[in-house]
Structures are given as C-alpha cells and as structure tokens.
Ligand binder design. Structure first.
Ligand SMILES: NC(=O)c1ccc[n+]([C@@H]2O[C@H](COP(=O)([O-])OP(=O)(O)OC[C@H]3O[C@@H](n4cnc5c(N)ncnc54)[C@H](O)[C@@H]3O)[C@@H](O)[C@H]2O)c1
Length: 318
C-alpha cells in the first residue's frame, strides 16, 4: 500500500484525509503540532471506516518520524487568512513554518513528492524546494485546480449548464493576479467566448480572482477547505496512481513561458515522480503580460523571504 502523509491536520489537511480515505488511495498519516489533535482525528476517521466502507490505515501523530518513507507528503501547516488579510500577509510567519516542516520531510521522506498548500502558495513552494534540497519536479503546489474549479462553477451557474461540462484553465500565481484564460475555457468543447459577452466573462474572472476572499468574509474565521482539499486529493491521486493527468499546478519554471527560478501556476503533467513536464501554451500578448506580472509579484515575495532569512541567519551569527 502507498503511504500519504498530511502535515497540518486542520481544515484543509483533515478534509484531504477524509477524501483520500473514501477513495482508498493510500495508508494515511496526519501530523500536527497541537498535542493529541491528529491522534484524535485519526481515531475519528478509523471509526467512520466500517460505515463509509474504507479500511486504509489512518494514523495521527505529533512526531514527524511517523511520515517515514511516505510516497507523497501534503503540506497544509500554517496560518489561514482572516477577513481583510491578503495571502501575502501570511508570508513571513508561514515561511518559517514551511522551513521547519521541509527539513523534517527531507529527513524522513527524502524520496516523496511534496504537494504544498500553505499560502502564499507559490512562495511557499519555493521555500520548500530550497530548504528540502529536493529535485525540482518533486515539489509542486496546489492552486490552479482550485481556481479553475471556481471559474467552472461560476460559468456553469451563469449559463445554467452542468458544471461537469465546463473545463476551465487558470494560470499564474495564486493571488489576486491569477490569470484565468477564457480562450482555453470550454463548455463541452465550445469556447466560452462564443457563449458569453466580454463583460460577463470579465465579471466571472473577477469573481474567480476574489473567490477565496468571498468565502473568508462569509466564514469570519478560517478560509475555504472543501474545494481546496478536493483539489489536493486530485493531485495526490495523479501521483499515487501515476495517471499523467494534465492539471494546472504551481511548478518550478526554468525558462518556460520566459520565466526563470520562480513557481507559478501552469498546466503540468503529474505522475509518480511529480511534475513530469510543463505544458507551454501559446498566449496572446495580454495573457503573457498578465502571467509575467503575476510571476513578478511571486518573485518579489521570494526576495522578501530571502532577505528575512539572511537577516535571521546574520542575527544568529551576531
Ligand atoms: N493553495 C490553496 O489554494 C489554499 C486553499 C486553502 C487554504 N490554503 C492555505 O492552507 C493553509 C492551511 O489552511 P487550513 O484552513 O487548513 O488552516 P487550519 O488553521 O485549519 O490548519 C492549519 C494547521 O497547521 C498546523 N500547524 C501549524 N504549524 C505547524 C507545524 N510546524 N507542523 C505541523 N502542523 C502545523 C496548525 O496547528 C493547524 O492545525 C493556510 O496557509 C491556508 O491559507 C491554501
């Protein structure tokens, strides 16, 4: 049986375990720093097993050693947004959590594929890659599937069609500068540009960009987790079952789309080794500029993290 560990057993982490257990994807481990909490949740899960008809092993722990030899490690550890906060507000605090978690993952599961969820997503992927020392394809971030499913839902609602018939593509960083691509978004093969006016598409694009904040404001505490966890599960399945699905994910770029040394949302082929390839689409000038602007914001945030890390190291030495 394959082994999937989920670090951070809060809303997104525990819901991911729920979905993966129901699909019998792998044996599962929940880890959190809150004493006892992941153990309590794992007991709750195994007690649901006979009713929900799953019998995968589910273990909770406060000890990172329990992730030993995992095939996939999902990282959801960190703080979620509060109303009025941007994902970037979380940067420094969550980066220090991801640094610590990445060291533990590199120690106990050096051959795993790491799927990062913690925000600000694209920067946290970069932190995990640099701190773990993993191969470039072994670190990948979840955002594009979530942003795309939100866009699909809004389009289906607007057209009064079944959401399953809508396939959408959203690229770019997971932030207000994400880049939904109407040209590559279809309803049963028909581009939405044939079905909706430019103004309507623009308003749906805008609602997708703010889709996370809309939920944060309604929840008052915490952020969305059912659709995020469903999106993570899709990626875990692709890796564990080596399906080679093409999914929009945050991947490390080495010149693709003219972008270097940055994680950003692009269509990627996912298999047992992680990101097996990045698919380069032909983009219009406007789309390319939007992707570049989004990547530039991610790069600036990477530089903020690198500066904070340098001064923390200098402080330790001093
Ligand atoms: N990429 C996306 O599209 C997306 C979507 C939703 C949420 N998120 C992000 O995912 C993260 C988790 O969201 P959530 O709603 O599950 O939050 P949550 O507060 O419910 O859960 C986070 C958990 O992480 C744990 N944790 C903190 N530090 C840890 C450490 N060092 N080791 C292990 N566990 C640790 C906390 O104790 C908590 O239980 C947030 O940063 C959120 O912004 C990203």
């Amino acid at each position: 049986m394959n082994k999937v560990s989920v670090i951070g057993s809060g809303n997104v982490g525990a819901t991911t375990v729920n979905y993966l257990a129901e699909k019998k994807t792998a044996d599962l481990v929940l880890v959190d720093i809150i004493e006892g909490m992941p153990i309590g949740k794992s007991l709750d899960f195994v007690q649901s097993g006979p009713i929900r008809r799953y019998d995968v092993e589910i273990v909770g722990s406060n000890d990172f050693a329990s992730i030993r030899d995992s095939d996939v490690v999902v990282v959801t550890a960190g703080l979620p947004r509060k109303p009025g906060m941007t994902r970037e507000d979380l940067l420094i605090k969550n980066a220090s959590i991801i640094e610590r978690v990445s060291e533990e993952v590199a120690t106990y599961a050096p051959n795993c594929v790491m799927i990062i969820v913690t925000n600000p997503l694209d920067v946290m992927c970069y932190v995990a890659l640099k701190v773990s020392g993993f191969a470039l394809k072994k670190v990948v971030g979840m955002a594009g599937i979530l942003d795309s499913t939100r866009f699909c839902y809004f389009i289906a609602e607007e057209l009064g069609v079944h959401p399953l018939d809508v396939t959408a593509l959203v690229l770019g960083g997971h932030g207000d500068q994400m880049v939904p691509l109407p040209r590559y978004t279809v309803v049963s093969g028909i581009p939405i540009t044939e079905l909706l006016s430019e103004e309507t598409i623009e308003s749906l694009v805008e609602r997708t960009r703010k889709g996370g904040a809309e939920i944060v404001n309604l929840l008052k505490t915490g952020s969305a987790f059912y659709a995020p966890a469903a999106s993570v599960s899709e990626m875990v399945e692709a890796v564990i079952r080596d399906t080679k699905r093409i999914l929009p994910c945050s991947a490390y770029l080495r010149g693709e789309y003219g972008l270097e040394d940055v994680f950003v949302g692009v269509p990627a082929k996912l298999g047992k080794d992680g990101v097996e390839s990045v698919i380069e689409l032909s983009l219009s000038k406007k789309e390319r500029e939007a992707l570049e602007a989004s990547a530039l914001t991610v790069r600036k945030n990477i530089e903020i993290w690198e500066a904070a890390r340098r001064s923390a190291k200098a402080g330790v030495k001093g």
